[in-house]
Design a protein around this ligand. Structure first.
Ligand SMILES: [Fe+2]
Length: 339
């Protein structure tokens, strides 16, 4: 059963159509994000998550529906995609379905009919087959792991999910393939899983600095997480990346003091993203940092804590999206009813 309103990305270059359909879908209970350009739709699909995407097929005479369809499926294969077209013809419908669209609707679009089609496709997705694909499995594990960690350290609400989102942005930027990115998503949500198994959980929410002994214990969490996640053959690299998320480029990290490319690229991505989100988050022992201070910190850590290759991909994103990303932990904590 659906426990939250379905989110819909609505893409059309005609502002009036977009406005009208948005309000009709909102009246039917959908959470709608409207956008008029292909570029912004693809960027939203890279950084956000939607249950359904409804897009026009032709923009300024150019067929772009397929690009949006591809972007939606790359992010999540189970995203429902409906195409709207001003050229009602059987072959357009067949072509759209062949490309993987869930459904096709002729323009002018009837808002009620569109809402019904979206709902039917989403309900069909929920009831289709028993097989769970890897992406769905990551979603399920993500919820399990994050609720477990957040139970013992409420300040980390949403940390795993944000780490997943930012790592995926970097992994795409660095040309990492889809199958590796799917596994990286799991490593990102589970990177701090080992914290659950520490001997004393009060260290995690302690105000003020840890003693040497406490810090030594906390530093066991990357290896604990890697071990406790199990030894399934498909999870071997995931476990390794988790074990590496506190390693440093200069070899002064932990637990294995790996340096440079002894640390896997995914491990180096996690190391950057994990530190970013920790700096951006208020914890029991510190306030959240502002964007200027965060950027300076990363620049100063080039070739010390952080891989320059990963930083070169990360810093431009930080300059572009950093303000939004810095607000996110507060929103996630509010959503978890903590502040
Ligand atoms: Fe960690």
């Amino acid at each position: 059963m659906e426990t939250h309103p379905w989110s819909v990305l609505l893409v059309d270059d005609e502002a009036r159509t977009l406005e009208l359909l948005s309000s009709l879908l909102r009246r039917q209970g959908f959470v709608v994000t409207p956008t008029t350009t292909t570029g912004s739709a693809i960027e939203l699909l890279r950084t956000g998550s939607f249950d359904a995407v409804v897009t026009d097929v032709i923009f300024d005479g150019r067929a772009v529906g397929k690009e949006i369809l591809r972007a939606a499926r790359a992010r999540s294969p189970s995203t429902v995609v409906l195409l709207m077209t001003g050229y009602p013809a059987v072959d357009a419908a067949v072509s759209a379905m062949r490309d993987g669209a869930n459904d096709y609707i002729e323009k002018p679009v009837d808002g009620q009919l569109l809402g019904a089609k979206i709902e039917r496709a989403l309900r069909g997705r929920e009831s289709s087959g028993d097989a769970i694909d890897f992406v769905e499995l990551v979603e399920i594990l993500s919820r399990l792991v994050s609720t477990s960690i957040e139970r013992i350290d409420p300040y980390t609400a949403g940390h795993g999910e944000r780490t997943r989102r930012y790592s995926d942005i970097l992994a795409r930027e660095l040309g990492i393939d889809v199958a590796t990115r799917e596994r990286l998503a799991l490593a990102a949500v589970a990177h701090d899983y080992g914290k659950i198994f520490l001997a004393d959980l009060s260290f995690l929410t302690k105000r003020g600095p840890l003693t040497d002994d406490e810090f030594r214990e906390v530093r066991r969490h990357p290896m604990l997480g890697s071990e406790k996640l199990g030894n399934h053959v498909r999870l071997r690299d995931v476990c390794m990346w988790i074990s590496e998320h506190h390693e440093r480029w200069d070899g002064k990290g932990y637990p294995a003091r790996k340096a440079g490319d002894q640390i896997s690229l995914c491990g180096r991505i996690l190391a950057v993203v994990e530190v970013f989100d920790s700096l951006a988050t208020r914890r029991s022992y510190k306030e959240a940092w502002d964007l200027e201070r965060v950027i300076e910190y990363f620049k100063a850590g080039r070739e010390l804590a952080f891989d320059p290759l990963v930083l070169d991909a990360f810093l431009p994103k930080l300059e572009r999206f950093g303000m939004d990303w810095l607000h996110q932990p507060r929103l996630d904590r509010r959503a978890a009813s903590l502040t």
